[in-house]
Design a protein around this ligand. Structure first.
Ligand code: F6P
Ligand code: MN
Length: 322
C-alpha cells in the first residue's frame, strides 16, 4: 500500500503543500490517539466555557484545537489559521504561502458516547503579500481551496483527502503511524435511497424541504414510488463519510428554530471542505439556491444551508427549491 507523499508528488502537488498536509496529519495522529484513549485519558466531558458561537466547549474541543494550532504555527508552513474554536484568525509565518481553516473536532457531542468524531480542514493560498494578521485573507470562495479533507476517528482512523485530483481515502496504520492509500478514486453513486437530516427540526424547515422530505417518507406509496432509508450520526464528518462510501443525500437546511441562527453548519471549515470532497467524487454540494463553493464569505464563522451527496438525488431536492 502506498504512503501519502509519493501519491501527492505524482499528482504534481507542490512540496510545500504536501508538507503542510503532513503537518495537519501529524496533529490528527495525536488526536486519533487521544480520542482512542477515551475515559482513560480524562479528556471526556465539558469545560465551563463557551466558544464564540455560544456552544459549550468539550474538553476535547479545546485540546484538539490547541494541538492543531500549536503544530501548524510551529511548522512555519502556514500564514494564518481560522478555527471553529477560535474567536479570531491567528497569524502565522508571514512568508508562508497557505492558510488553513479547520474544525478541530466535528461532532464533539459524540465524544462522551464513544461515537464518531473527526477533524475537518480546508487549505487555500494566501493572496500575495497579504498581512497574516488580516482576517480578510480567509474571505475567499471554496472553489479557491487547493486541498480539503477530514480525518474520521472511527473503528479505524480514515483520511479523506482531495487536492483537486479526485477524492482519496487513506487509512492510518496505527502500528507504524502512517496513512496508507486504501481507495484511490472515491465515487459517490449518482442515485441513492438513503437520506440524512435531523428530522426533529421538521416543523421549522422551509416549505421546499418539508415537501421534499415528505415525499421521501411517503416511500412506495408517494410520488417517488420507492422506499427511502434514514441515517443521522450527528457528526457531519460521519454522515459525509457514509455518503462518500455508499451514496446518499445529507442536508442541514435553513430553519426557523432560532431566528438568530437560520443555518447550522459553518462555511469555511465544514461546508466548503466537504463540498470539495463531494464534488471531486462526482457529487453535488449546494445551499438549495447556489453552489456552496461559489459563496463569497463575509465572516469567518459564517453559516450556510447544506445539501450534498448523490448527484441525481441532490438535483431532485434542488428542483423542489426552484
Ligand atoms: O458541527 C456541527 C454538527 O455537530 C455537525 O457535525 C452535525 O452534522 C450537526 O452539527 C448535528 O446537528 P444536531 O445537533 O442538530 O443533530
Ligand atoms: Mn463541526
Amino acid at each position: 500500500m502506498r504512503r501519502l507523499p509519493p501519491v501527492l508528488l505524482e499528482d504534481g502537488c507542490p512540496r510545500e503543500l504536501i508538507s503542510l498536509i503532513r503537518t495537519v496529519l501529524a496533529a490528527c495522529k495525536e488526536i486519533s490517539f487521544r480520542v482512542g484513549q477515551g475515559a482513560l485519558s480524562g479528556v471526556l466531558g465539558s469545560t465551563l466555557d463557551e466558544n464564540i458561537q455560544g456552544e459549550t466547549q468539550k474538553k476535547l474541543d479545546v485540546l484538539t484545537n490547541q494541538l492543531l494550532k500549536d503544530i501548524l504555527l510551529e511548522s512555519g508552513y502556514v500564514k494564518a489559521i481560522a478555527s471553529e474554536e477560535e474567536d479570531f484568525t491567528v497569524a502565522g509565518n508571514p512568508d508562508a504561502k497557505y492558510i488553513v481553516a479547520f474544525d478541530p473536532l466535528d461532532g464533539s457531542s459524540n465524544t462522551d458516547i464513544n461515537s464518531l468524531v473527526g477533524t475537518i480542514f480546508s487549505i487555500m493560498a494566501a493572496p500575495d503579500g497579504a498581512d497574516p494578521a488580516d482576517p480578510s485573507i480567509f474571505m475567499q470562495p471554496g472553489k479557491n481551496q487547493v486541498a480539503a479533507g477530514y480525518v474520521l476517528y472511527g473503528p479505524s482512523t480514515v483520511l479523506a483527502l482531495t487536492t483537486g485530483k479526485g477524492t482519496r481515502f487513506f487509512t492510518l496504520d496505527k502500528t507504524h503511524g502512517t496513512f496508507l492509500l486504501t481507495e484511490d478514486f472515491a465515487k459517490v453513486p449518482e442515485d441513492t435511497s438513503e437520506f440524512a437530516i435531523n428530522a426533529s427540526n421538521q416543523r421549522h424547515w422551509q416549505p421546499a424541504m418539508q415537501n421534499y422530505i415528505n415525499d421521501l417518507i411517503a416511500g412506495d406509496t408517494g410520488p417517488r414510488g420507492r422506499n427511502f432509508n434514514m441515517r443521522w450520526i450527528a457528526a457531519m464528518v460521519g454522515d459525509v463519510h457514509r455518503v462518500l462510501c455508499r451514496g446518499g443525500i445529507f442536508t442541514y437546511p435553513t430553519d426557523t428554530k432560532d431566528p438568530n441562527k437560520p443555518n447550522k453548519l459553518r462555511l469555511l471549515y465544514e461546508a466548503n471542505p466537504m463540498a470539495m470532497l463531494i464534488e471531486q467524487a462526482g457529487g453535488i454540494a449546494s445551499t438549495g439556491t447556489e453552489r456552496i463553493m461559489d459563496i463569497q464569505p463575509d465572516a469567518i464563522h459564517q453559516r450556510v444551508a447544506v445539501i450534498l451527496g448523490s448527484k441525481n438525488e441532490v438535483e431532485t431536492c434542488l428542483n423542489y427549491h426552484k
